[in-house]
Design a protein. Structure first.
Length: 414
C-alpha cells in the first residue's frame, strides 16, 4: 500500500530528480513541490532518445524546477557501457540486449554529479516498487554516494494507476503524451526501446502496431533484401561497408537501417529481479544486428575452450547488468576476462537483412582459426584420418570401463 509518511521529512528539501519528461517524472516533479514544498533540480540524460527529450528543459521549468540540466551522454553510453556489453555477448535470458539496464548506471552517475554540484541532499527517480529500475538507480547512486538519500515517490504516493496520473495532469493543465487510449510506458535510448503497460500486460494479446516506436513490421518491410558489412576491431564495431564511423553514428545508422527491415522486435516473458514474471516488448534493431554479427565473428576467432567459457560468462554478465550491479568489483573482473578474449576478435562480417530475419553471408578475419585444408573433404584435405581411431578409443575409454560393471546395465535399462 502506498504511504506518503515515508516521505514526510522532505519538507523544503532540495531534490535532484532524474527527469525523462514522461508521465511519471512529470507528476513527480509537480507532486513533490505541491506536497512538500520541495525544490526540484531536474537531470535529463541524453542517451540517444529520439523523441523523449524534446523541450525537456522548458517542460521542467514550466513545472517549477529551480534548475534543469540536459546532459549529452551518448558517446559515453556507447563506448563505455554499450560496447562493454556487446563484447561480453550480454543478452538477458538469451534475448534482451539490456538497453534500459545499461542506461541506468550512467544516469545514476550523472544524477550524483549534479546533486553534488547543486548541493542536493536527496535524489529521486520515477521507478515503481516492483520494477528492476528501482534497484538499478538505488544501487547505482549508493555505490557512488552512500550518504545521499534516494527516494522513489511512486513507491509512496497516492496514485494507483497511470490513468490516475493522467487525470492529475489534466486537472492541473500539465501536458503529457500518455493518454487513456495509449497508456504505454516507453523507455528509449540509443541501444533500444522498452514498451510496457496497457494491453501489453496481457500475454495472450499480440502487441498492437501503435506500440512500436522504431521498427516496421516484418510484413511491411521491403520485399528485397539488403546486405551490410560490419567491421570489428577487438570486438568493437568501427565501420560499415568499409567506412569508419563514430560509435553513436554507427549505432544510430544501424537502428534506422535494421528497423526498416523489421529487425529487432522482441516479445518476452522475463523474470524480473523482484521475483515476478513480466511481459516486455523491446525494439533493438541495431543491437540485434551487432550482437548477431559479433557472435559470428567470434565463431572463427575464438578457440573452442575460450568460446565455451565465454558463452557461460555471457549470461552471468547479462544478469549482473540486469540486476543493477554495474558499479561492482565483479563487473570490473568480468570485463578484464572479456577484454582478453576480444584481442583477436577483429574482422568483417557481412549480414543480409530481410523481413525481420538476419542471415550471415560471410565472415573474414586476419586472426581466423578456420583452416579450410583441415575442414575440407576434398583432395586438399590435410587432416590425419588415421589418428581418429586412437583419439576415439581414448575419448571413449571411460564408457568402455563402465560397460564392464553393473552400472552399464542399469543405464541401458533406464
Amino acid at each position: 500500500m502506498n504511504n506518503t509518511s515515508g516521505l514526510s521529512d522532505l519538507e523544503g528539501a532540495r531534490i535532484a530528480l532524474a527527469f525523462s519528461g514522461g508521465l511519471d517524472t512529470t507528476v513527480i516533479a509537480s507532486w513533490l513541490q505541491e506536497e512538500f514544498g520541495a525544490e526540484i533540480v531536474t537531470v535529463s540524460g541524453d542517451l540517444g532518445q529520439e523523441k523523449e527529450l524534446r523541450n525537456v528543459k522548458e517542460r521542467a521549468f514550466a513545472l517549477g524546477a529551480k534548475a534543469a540540466y540536459q546532459v549529452d551522454l551518448r558517446t559515453e553510453f556507447a563506448e563505455h557501457f554499450v560496447f562493454h556489453a556487446l563484447k561480453a555477448g550480454a543478452l538477458y535470458e538469451g534475448e534482451y540486449p539490456l538497453a534500459t539496464a545499461l542506461g541506468r548506471p550512467l544516469l545514476a552517475k550523472t544524477l550524483v554529479e549534479i546533486a553534488r554540484k547543486e548541493e542536493c541532499t536527496v535524489v529521486a527517480h520515477g521507478c515503481t516498487g516492483k520494477g528492476n529500475d528501482q534497484v538499478r538507480f538505488d544501487a547505482g547512486v549508493w555505490a557512488l554516494a552512500p550518504d545521499l538519500r534516494v527516494i522513489a515517490p511512486v513507491r509512496h504516493w497516492p496514485f494507483h494507476s497511470r490513468e490516475e496520473e493522467i487525470a492529475y495532469c489534466a486537472e492541473r493543465g500539465i501536458a503529457v503524451e500518455a493518454t487513456k487510449e495509449k497508456p504505454y510506458s516507453i523507455d528509449e535510448n540509443l541501444w533500444g526501446t522498452s514498451i510496457e503497460c496497457g494491453v501489453l500486460e496481457d500475454p495472450t494479446v499480440a502487441p498492437p502496431e501503435d506500440a512500436y516506436q522504431r521498427t516496421v513490421s516484418p510484413e511491411s518491410a521491403p520485399n528485397t533484401s539488403e546486405e551490410i558489412a560490419i567491421t570489428f576491431e577487438k570486438g568493437i564495431p568501427i565501420a560499415l561497408n568499409g567506412q569508419k564511423i563514430p560509435a553513436v553514428d554507427l549505432i544510430t545508422m544501424l537502428n534506422h537501417l535494421a528497423g526498416a527491415h523489421g529487425i529487432g522486435r522482441l516479445d518476452m516473458i522475463e523474470n524480473r529481479l523482484v521475483g515476478i514474471k513480466s511481459r516486455e516488448i523491446y525494439e533493438a534493431p541495431g543491437a540485434t544486428l551487432l550482437h548477431f554479427a559479433h557472435r559470428e565473428l567470434e565463431r572463427i576467432t575464438l578457440d573452442r575452450w575460450t568460446a565455451h567459457a565465454k558463452a557461460k560468462l555471457s549470461q552471468d554478465y547479462a544478469e549482473l547488468v540486469y540486476n543493477g550491479l554495474w558499479f561492482s568489483p565483479l563487473r570490473s573482473a568480468l570485463d578484464a576476462f572479456v577484454d582478453e578474449t576480444q584481442k583477436l576478435v577483429s574482422g568483417e562480417v557481412v549480414v543480409k537483412m530481410f523481413k525481420g530475419n538476419l542471415t550471415v553471408r560471410s565472415r573474414t578475419s586476419p586472426n581466423s582459426l578456420y583452416d579450410k585444408a583441415l575442414a575440407s573433404y576434398t583432395s586438399e584435405d590435410t587432416f590425419d584420418h588415421s589418428a581418429g581411431e586412437g583419439f576415439s578409443r581414448i575419448f571413449s575409454l571411460p564408457l568402455r570401463t563402465i560397460a564392464r560393471t553393473a552400472v552399464s546395465e542399469a543405464i541401458v535399462n533406464e
